[in-house]
Write a protein that binds this ligand. Structure first.
Ligand code: F0G
Length: 405
């Protein structure tokens, strides 16, 4: 759809021909905006019914030209599980879990990458780049391979889960490890992409990626047959995803498809929770965490790029930011795997850990209709599960016979 870019800080407008992600006036991030009339006129909701679940089902609400090539691996359409055992264990009447681990490369990043890489191809970019805690690099590697363009990923050495590293390598990305944290890698990548226009940046500061990720909100509306949950709980790292999902709900409101917005709750890991700290202290700026620490490597981020967008989503929706400990995260990972058969990586489980914590203190009620977003597949990070869960037992056939008799 026809679109422009708008600065979230000073509201300066930019044409869709630019490739920047931040405002040249004030430095804040840009977001994609559509004309309200265009939006209403070009969206035919009744046509959605006949299309299979997918990010591209909502093509009318995406900023890629109809005639442009779409780089797709079949993303979106992930299951919304209505939980029973988990709901009971947490004391919630209606609890849904949206499993984004079902996406082609095993995380929600694919929703953004299908749009982001389609955009790269649309503007004839031949090289894409990102910094990553793992999943972004795995996803970009796959979509760049599909598009036949060069992919460079910068990761913090020794700090990303094995499964994700293997994915990026398998897809032929050029993987460069740097000393330091994700925040250092992102800083390097932003500066490289700023000075070299041939590198198209595909971190979540890229507003086209956010457009792909917002489709999760549309899918919830579709899967709940025109309803939305009262509360949506999202793991937060660099803070792109919670901002994207909130943007999707705002589109639904703009289209008069919903009359109220859900409460957005963002969950960070305790050792990497600058947005939560800002929220709780009622401050308007974040204080970066210099040495973020958590077992949930995907969200081990001390200086989240989209913190302003995330805070806006939480505040505008009457939501909450909370932080959970590694122990709470591992507990939630185990609960999901053992009560619902859903195996997720630690960062993903933070939404469920957050729900448990907020339920315990009464900040989420038993009658609230809640959806937890789980963001990445458990097989991404097998080492954690091997280390933290029970080990297999060794025995011979006689011992086995005795055990089972
Ligand atoms: N969950 C998982 C599994 C992730 O990989 C990430 C982010 C998040 C949650 C947080 O999402 O950054 O939009 O707030 N991973 C990025 C990466 C940073 O490089 O793969 P966010």
């Amino acid at each position: 759809m026809r679109h422009q870019l708008e600065c979230i800080g000073c509201h300066a407008l930019y044409p869709s021909t630019i490739t920047e992600w931040s405002c040249s006036n004030c430095g804040d991030l840009l977001e994609i905006i559509y004309d309200s009339n265009d939006l209403r006129e070009s969206v035919d909701v009744s046509a959605w019914k006949s299309r299979p679940p997918s990010v591209w089902k909502y093509e009318q609400l995406l900023p890629i030209d109809r005639a442009s090539k779409k780089i797709t691996l079949g993303e979106g359409g992930t299951t919304l599980h209505k939980t029973s055992r988990l709901a009971e264990s947490l004391g919630i009447r209606k609890l849904y879990v949206k499993n984004e681990g079902e996406n082609p490369t095993g995380s929600f990043k694919d929703r953004g990458m299908t749009v982001g890489v389609s955009r790269a191809v649309e503007i004839d970019s031949k090289r894409v780049i990102c910094a990553s805690t793992g999943n972004t690099s795995a996803s970009l590697g796959a979509y760049a391979a599909k598009a036949g363009i060069e992919c460079i990923v910068i990761i913090p050495e020794g700090k990303i889960a094995l499964g994700k590293l293997v994915q990026a390598i398998a897809h032929g990305a050029r993987v460069i490890q740097i000393e330091g944290y994700f925040d250092d890698a992102l800083k390097a990548v932003l500066s490289l992409a700023r000075s070299n226009r041939e590198l198209y940046l595909l971190n979540s500061v890229n507003p086209y990626r956010i457009e792909g990720q917002k489709t999760l909100a549309y899918e919830l509306w579709d899967q709940l047959e025109g309803n939305i949950p009262e509360t949506v709980i999202v793991p937060v790292g660099n803070a792109g995803n919670i901002s994207a999902i909130w943007k999707g709900f705002q589109d639904l409101r703009e289209l008069d498809l919903i009359q109220r917005q859900p409460r957005m709750i963002g969950i960070q890991a305790m050792g990497a929770s600058p947005i939560t700290e800002t929220f709780k202290a009622g401050r308007s700026e974040i204080i970066p965490v210099n040495h973020p620490e958590t077992i949930a490597t995907a969200i081990k981020i001390g200086s989240p790029a989209s913190w302003k967008k995330a805070l806006r989503a939480v505040k505008d929706s009457d939501g909450i930011m909370e932080a959970v400990t590694d122990e709470e995260i591992l507990d939630a990972q185990r609960l999901l795997a053992r009560l619902e058969g859903i195996f997720v990586e630690p960062a993903s489980a933070s939404s469920v850990a957050g729900l448990k914590k907020l339920r315990d203190v009464g900040l989420v009620g038993a009658d609230e209709v809640v959806t937890c977003i789980v963001t990445g597949h458990g097989l991404k990070d097998p080492e954690i599960a091997l280390r933290m869960f029970e080990k297999p037992t060794n025995m011979n056939v006689t011992q086995l016979g005795r055990l089972l008799s």
